[in-house]
Design a protein around this ligand. Structure first.
Ligand code: ARG
Length: 248
């Protein structure tokens, strides 16, 4: 009897381990890390992770003949997870920056974005120039945070963009800096209390993260992306989520 229990336990453990560590996946699964706090690219609808990135990931996985498996974690953990190969990819509205290129692989770009400012509708802040001496919130580990640090603003970083905007509506900070489309999506949920300023602070491009040097996977994904673009599928996905898109 003891033996049976021990065996069952051992079996359960090995199954759990297989399911738990993304790297031990078979070839037919594409493991993706994301941070579903970034509407309309990835967000939760009940229990389900949805959004433009999710649709793109599904379309890519289909072209690769793989089953997509999504894990929802903190943004910085998603980046590290893909960089270390724990997950095949991170798809999370990730801006391809020179700094990140030092330790992670990137596919071709699939979307252009910028950082934008959210303020209270009655704020005296009308442009980036008015941010001087103000306290600004953002999502931790993002290019928005990097922008604020580089420009030496007083920064308050939060795990999620939603918390960053809550800090604004609670009067704890003077502004939020976050990716433009996400700024619009988050601000639209505040019953007109907040507005997004019409000024682009940066120029950025989103790409899919892989482990550095995983050129085989990068090549496969680039091919899939190019096809999805040519087929008009990318444009269709962005339109579905009301994301402005220039199919060059
Ligand atoms: N584009 C920004 C960056 O790469 C923010 C991305 C945040 N993404 C997310 N799913 N929370 O840093």
């Amino acid at each position: 009897m003891k033996k049976v229990i021990a065996l069952t336990l051992a079996l359960m453990l090995s199954v759990c381990c297989l399911a738990g560590c993304g790297s031990a996946k078979d070839d037919n699964t594409l493991t993706m890390a994301t941070n579903a706090e970034f509407p309309p690219f990835e967000y939760l609808e009940g229990e389900e992770i949805v959004g433009a990135d999710v649709d793109i990931a599904k379309a890519i996985a289909e072209k690769l003949g793989k089953t997509l498996e999504i894990t929802n974690i903190d943004f910085d953990a998603a980046l590290t997870g893909a960089a270390t190969g724990k997950y095949d990819v991170a798809i999370a509205g990730v801006t391809a920056t020179d700094e990140r290129r030092q330790n992670m692989g990137f596919t071709d770009d699939y979307y252009t974005a910028s950082q934008a400012i959210i303020v209270m509708a009655d704020s005296e802040i009308k442009a980036a120039a008015d941010l001087e001496g103000k306290t600004v919130s953002c999502q931790e580990g993002t290019t928005g945070e990097q922008f604020l640090l580089d420009n030496e603003y007083a920064v308050q970083s939060f795990k999620t963009g939603a918390e960053a905007i809550s800090a604004l509506t609670a009067g704890k900070v003077d502004a939020v800096v976050i990716d433009n489309a996400v700024a619009k999506a988050l601000s639209s949920k505040q019953d007109g209390k907040t507005v997004v300023l019409d000024e682009a602070l940066t120029e950025e491009a989103y790409a899919i993260v892989t482990k550095l040097g995983n050129d085989e996977l990068i090549g496969e994904i680039n091919k899939a992306l190019a096809e999805l673009k040519a087929e008009g599928k990318l444009a269709e996905i962005f339109e579905k989520y009301e994301l402005p898109y220039d199919a060059e």
